[in-house]
Design a protein around this ligand. Sequence first.
Ligand code: ATP
Ligand code: MG
Length: 344
Amino acid sequence: MEEFTMTEQKVVLTGDRPTGQLHIGHYVGSLKNRVALQNTGDYKTFIMIADMQALTDNARDPEKIRHSLTQVALDYLAVGIDPAKSTIFVQSQIPALSELTQHYMNLVSVARLERNPTVKTEIKQKSFGQSVPAGFFTYPVSQAADITAFKANTVPVGDDQEPMLEQTREIVRSFNNIYKQDILVEPEGYFPPKGQGRIPGLDGNAKMSKSLNNAIYLADDADTIQKKVMSMYTDPQHIKIEDPGHIEGNTVFTYLDIFDDDKAKVQELKDQYQAGGLGDVKIKRYLNEVLQATLKPIRERREQYAADMDGVYKILKDGSDAANEVANQTLKEVRDAIGINYFD
Ligand code: ATP
Ligand code: MG
């Protein structure tokens, strides 16, 4: 098997749900890795706006999805995903994905789906109870379709996506086993450095999220960023400046660790903070400077693309055309393997 891995084409597939604008958690958790992989030139890269998946828990709010589609596209272009190097496409425009999902649905038990820890957490968070939509409950199967349609072996995502990758690998193994074909490819996750796989919210909540109102968005203007930083959760026991402060669980330092390249400076601030005598306002002002420097070029590029929305739609249309070709080819192989190619 080893010699096959050497010549295997490297393919990346990843994406986001268009349920809102992308934030700095997405940036470090996934977008940065995608741009890095894209720029190596070693990978064929597919980036999908997962509007079908977003509809699984937003069926009654299609306007939100429609609006967020272009927002996510702008965020992609702003961080440096380059349509000349990566195929950016829209999930709903690729019918083969829905048919693949249907075939894979037969290879997965309801009990197995119930064990997915990420889906379990999300069902609780969204307070679905017994009324969880069947489409939402089964979205890991549709993710398996997305990944395998492009024969992706590399999936750059945040930590919460590991159970989806495991589910996909199981489906690939079942398929290849039952239909005796080596059509589908088992994917590997490509995760951010330790500690950056799930960045906390401004409120100290475990996950910065589009839906929790605790995010700094890539599109936020300078004033908004500053206001958000100044309102951040720090150390609730650090009342007076002279008090020694805590670093662990202190979101300002968590962000500094991630966004500030000047590690010596961050260490110096940490030492001072822990010894006492360094106020929250000061560290927040410093973090504000660091974030402003990171986000300014992204915001400016976003504004440039936003001035030409026809151009953005063209990128999505061309990308979807290219993605259809690849996905249709995989679907044909899958249909042949199952033997439902009666009239060929
Ligand atoms: P939703 O609330 O609609 O599920 P989301 O914020 O979880 O939105 P997704 O579109 O589900 O965003 O996830 C897109 C990608 O971003 C995934 O790879 C996910 O792992 C990553 N991601 C999401 N939130 C964070 C975060 N706070 N830190 C790091 N990575 C994240
Ligand atoms: Mg999510």
